[in-house]
Ligand binder design. Structure first.
Ligand SMILES: [Zn+2]
Length: 87
């Protein structure tokens, strides 16, 4: 088993089990938000790597595609004085 692609790491199904949402942000305009895994699973397979989710997303602010995603584990800077978009 060799991982030749960079789509390793946790997958959506892993986060769903741990009840961890996905943090996504736009490298163009800095817009970011936290996406519930359930809403992603309604559109994507549970085997989708979290880092690969970014390719399916588009910035709701500037419509850009320079998106990055990662697991939004609780406690990692959730969110001192910063308000995440939650629309
Ligand atoms: Zn943007």
């Amino acid at each position: 088993m060799t991982a030749t692609r960079n789509e390793t790491g946790p997958r959506l199904a892993d986060l769903a089990r741990q009840d961890v949402p996905v943090a996504a942000w736009c490298r163009d305009c800095g817009h970011h938000r936290v996406l519930p895994v359930a809403s992603l699973l309604s559109r994507m397979d549970g085997r989708t790597a979290v880092v690969a989710v970014a390719r399916r997303l588009r910035c709701s602010s500037c419509n850009g595609r320079a998106i990055e995603t990662r697991p939004h584990y609780a406690g990692l800077g959730v969110v001192a004085g910063h308000r995440w978009h939650g629309d």
